[in-house]
Design a protein around this ligand. Structure first.
Ligand SMILES: C[S@@+](CC[C@H](N)C(=O)[O-])C[C@H]1O[C@@H](n2cnc3c(N)ncnc32)[C@H](O)[C@@H]1O
Length: 632
């Protein structure tokens, strides 16, 4: 049986070769008839070969060019299709169908502007053709010409009120335009014409969600579920709805169903990644984004989301690379450059940070976060004007931002411009839930800022200054390592061993509304340079054996464990090693609502208990840090 079909196939191939050869001697209509037979049998390449022979000898044959265009399009040869249909339009300039076909081929070839012109020409010749109107509207939407698209779809819907695609496309364009009432009405019209089309119910659900009608959106999804329970767009829409409701578990479940239904859809994997990140599963989110990008390396939003997740995961250098890849497909995306700038600030790569933040501002001069962040990099307590200008620009874009207003007031006060500072402080709401703690923190810093003390704009600068100020020959320690962001920077500034202490189980107590276990890496240890040694476990368990093995005083330590009890444990257990000259960076020292109950309190108690004298080397309100050095 198999042998026979192989023989049969060979015979067919021979016939086809013969036919292709003969087509040169056959009449044009005979050759096209043979090509049609091959086409009907699904043998498109052979049909196309015959057509190509025909148009070689008879380039002005309209039918042959049209047929060749159709065949080329179906074979995925978009350039060939464009060429054939274009020739057809030249042969018969007044034939609407060839302009319509050419437009379709141009659209397929990702040349939407030219496609739009060809659809327009087709419409001049056949003004009532609703297919042409629908395709023209689709191209206009693709080009971001939403108002025109709405007009075109409205025309299609007026000419053929029963045409579902006209109402559905109109709804989508109205949704793009933010006109959700109109979009909902158009979806409802489409549903009245075809109640069983699940995708229209899903579209309606999306519009209702954007209009904050969440219950109605869920009801629309339920109707769609009754029609197509395994639809990936339905599960995706449900995921988005649950995410909007803050129900991250349900959102993840729905997005997982969506990717099960459409495993090759990169966007669905990305959406699942976004839901996983919102749920706090950063590692899973990263894997999802990477999978989405393996399916579609040009998915800019997935690069951007991956950058955000990597930043949160402490992998800042990788995050920067991800934002750079996002910028290749999203060159005008201000938040992408802003987040890149933030990661570069945390990495201590100031110049690159300024460049990224300026790109964010170029992309959107009204992007307030970029102006705010650039102030921190431009901040110089000897020349505050650039930081002040950046904060003013941020306020221009977002006038009611109290934090920015407060930072402006601080800079003005530090500059000595008291009138401006008073006017700025007056604009900050200082009620119990507002900026009392900021004002209290700033007053404290100003009162304790000695003549040589500095104020810094960024965390890495504060750290670099603190490390450079060390005088004691001794141990370099960090308490609270988490993803290793700060310890990696500390380690590159010294050739000494750096000892990092962390349980990697997160906070042992709730703090600032953060639950027990917040900042956990779930036991995962970060990658660290060779001169770093990690001591894993609760501080009270790891410090005593460490002290037994390592003699000598403390040269430098970074305390970044946030809470009172952990800070107290460190200072009590190490008090004998804290000597005149020891430098301590406290990473959450002030500016938090409960700052007087946290690291600050533990340090002040230790100062009283052990009779320490100290001075402040610097403060950094942006990173909430304070640096002290013990005095003789
Ligand atoms: C804010 S994170 C540290 C961030 C880190 N410096 C960085 O640059 O990414 C605080 C860390 O302190 C750790 N921690 C807090 N109290 C602790 C304790 N008593 N024993 C061990 N680790 C503790 C938590 O596990 C958490 O990783």
């Amino acid at each position: 049986m198999a042998e026979l079909s192989r023989r049969e196939r060979r015979r067919q191939e021979k016939r086809a070769r013969q036919a292709a050869k003969n087509s040169r001697s056959l009449s044009t209509s005979e050759a096209l008839a043979i090509a049609s037979q091959f086409y009907r049998k699904g043998e498109l390449s052979r049909a196309a070969d015959i057509c190509k022979n025909v148009v070689k000898t008879a380039p002005g044959n309209f039918d042959a060019q049209q047929f060749l265009g159709v065949l080329s399009a179906e074979l995925g040869d978009t350039d060939g299709a464009v060429e054939a249909f274009r020739t057809a339009t030249e042969v018969k300039p007044d034939d609407a169908s060839s302009h319509f076909n050419l437009a379709n081929a141009l659209d397929e070839a990702d040349r939407p502007s030219e496609a739009g012109l060809s659809y327009r020409r087709a419409l001049e010749l056949a003004p009532n053709d609703t297919d042409t109107l629908i395709n023209l509207g689709t191209v206009q939407r693709k080009l971001g010409r939403i108002e025109e698209a709405i007009e075109t779809f409205l025309l299609a819907a007026t000419q053929n009120p029963g045409l579902v695609t006209a109402h559905r496309n109109l709804a989508m364009a109205q949704e793009d335009n933010g006109d959700f009432d109109a979009a909902i009405a158009s979806y409802e019209k489409a549903i009245s014409l075809t109640p069983k089309a699940a995708e229209v119910h899903i579209g309606l659900a999306a519009a209702l969600r954007k209009h904050n009608r969440i219950d109605d959106a869920l009801a629309a999804c339920e109707r769609a579920r009754g029609l197509a329970p395994d639809s990936a767009p339905l599960q995706n829409q449900l995921g988005t709805l649950f995410a909007t409701l803050g129900n991250h578990d349900k959102a993840v479940t729905a997005f997982k169903r969506a990717v099960d239904c459409a495993p090759d859809d990169a966007t669905m994997h990305m959406d699942l990644g976004i839901a996983l990140r919102a749920k706090g599963d950063i590692a899973d989110a990263i894997r999802r984004y990477e999978h989405a990008l393996s399916l579609d390396p040009a998915l800019g939003l997935a690069h951007y989301s991956l950058g955000n997740a990597l930043s949160e995961y402490g992998k800042l250098a990788e995050a920067v690379e991800s934002y750079k890849r996002a910028a290749q497909t999203l060159p005008d995306d201000a938040p992408n450059y802003n987040n890149m700038g933030n990661a570069l600030i945390d990495l201590g790569r100031k110049e690159e940070a300024v460049e990224a933040l300026r790109m964010s501002i170029d992309a959107d001069p009204q992007h307030a976060p970029a102006h705010f962040n650039i102030h921190s990099v431009l901040f110089d307590d000897d020349d505050l004007d650039p930081a002040i200008a950046a904060l003013k620009a941020s306020l221009d874009a977002d006038p009611n931002n109290s934090k920015t207003q407060f930072f402006l007031a601080m800079c003005e006060e530090l500059k000595g411009d008291d009138d401006a500072a008073i006017a700025s402080f007056d604009k900050v709401p200082l009620d119990a839930n507002g900026y009392n703690h900021w004002l209290d923190s700033w007053d404290y810093a100003l009162r304790n800022l000695g003549p040589k003390a500095k104020v810094f704009g960024t965390g890495p600068e504060t750290h670099a200054h603190a490390q450079a100020a060390t005088t004691v020959d001794g141990l370099t320690l960090e308490f609270g390592v988490r993803f290793g962001t700060s310890i990696r920077q500390i380690a590159v500034r010294t050739e000494d061993a750096v000892h990092g202490f962390d349980g990697f189980e997160g906070l042992p107590e709730a703090w600032h509304g953060n639950p027990v276990g917040e900042y956990s890496t779930h036991g995962e240890l970060p990658e660290v340079p060779e001169n770093v040694e990690l001591h894993v476990g609760w501080f009270e368990e790891t410090i005593p054996p460490f002290m037994a093995l390592h003699a000598g005083p403390i040269r430098f330590m970074n305390i970044d464990c946030d809470i009172y009890s952990s800070t107290k444990t460190i200072l009590d257990l190490l008090n004998e090693r804290i000597v005149p000259g020891t430098v301590i960076v406290f990473d959450e020292y002030f500016c938090n609502p409960s700052w007087r109950q946290d690291e600050f309190k533990a340090f002040q108690e230790a100062v009283a208990q052990y009779g320490w004298r100290y001075e402040y080397l610097s403060f950094c309100p942006f990173a909430r840090q304070a640096v002290v050095q013990l005095l003789a």
